[in-house]
Design a protein around this ligand. Sequence first.
Ligand code: CUA
Length: 358
Amino acid sequence: MSKLNVGLLRNIGLLLFVLVSAILAGCYPSHPQSTFDTLGPVSRSQLSLFYWIFWAAVIVFVVVVSALIYALIRYRRKSGDGDPPQIHGHTKLEIIWTILPAIILAVIAVPTVITVFDNANSPKSPVEGGMEVDVTAHQWFWEFKYQNPNDPKGSVFTANELYIPEDEVVNLNLYSKDVLHSFWIPKLAGKVDVVPNHQNTIWIKADEPGVYLGQCAEFCGVAHALMRFHVIAKSRSEFDEWLLDQASSAVESEEPLALEGRTLFEGEAQCYACHTVQGSDRSKGRRGPDLTLLASRQHIAAGILENNQENLRRWLTNPDKIKPGNLMSREASVFVEPEKRLSERQISALVAYLQTLE
Ligand code: CUA
């Protein structure tokens, strides 16, 4: 083999190594989006179905490639060979390679159909007294709506953080406000498409308390990859306490800077037009996330930034830099009209106000 060919083969080998390593890195179980570290019954059943199909495919691969390698070596052209006999078709072989895959597919269909039905039918539906949460996907954030524990006819809204009680079936109704999205919590369940003007459902259950990363899994526009959320599983009592807390209004702060921020939020900056803050007479907008107890959340900006003073500042200074194309940077006058741009002082006041919402 010439020097050039050896060099080329080495480069191709290196490239394949890098590519395969990158792909296999996705199988690393402790990665927050790995489907190999299942922590709920739905994802577990999906993983066992994956293994069924995976091992069936491995067997087919080994048999086919072995036969191919055998044929390549056994029937390779030797010196002195003439043209091989020309044949057309082999009925027996063709029948075998049609029936065999049909049998394999029929066998794989059994666990597939069982899993599909198990995942579609909640073991404790709302009719049977199971817990229910409405999920609405927006470009680009997730809204979660719970029944108000103080008022069965009322609702409690949160954004981007789905609290659930551990080890209980939670039924989710999926809605979209705009385009197609897909609801996916790799370690718990999914994916199910979220379709405009159509209700889909999914049920989840978390084995243990913890934080599970969720991700929109259907391309829905420029910030699709940033459309994340967190599922936070707590003990039943902690969950009940959290929900009661969320059903209350934020405590009014007397801190001057926070008061200044509130005046701005409910006035000049026009935040009230798109955001709800329970307890405020003015802030009742529904286009953006409900901010009632924003300070009690661990993340802002659809799960991509930790909720702290510095990040709130960054978000209010230039939201488009953090989540390109978002509604607020495209439509809110303080970001669209240069003469209405927020001053440093106004941003500090808004951050102070937002941090009192708990
Ligand atoms: Cu929503 Cu992708």
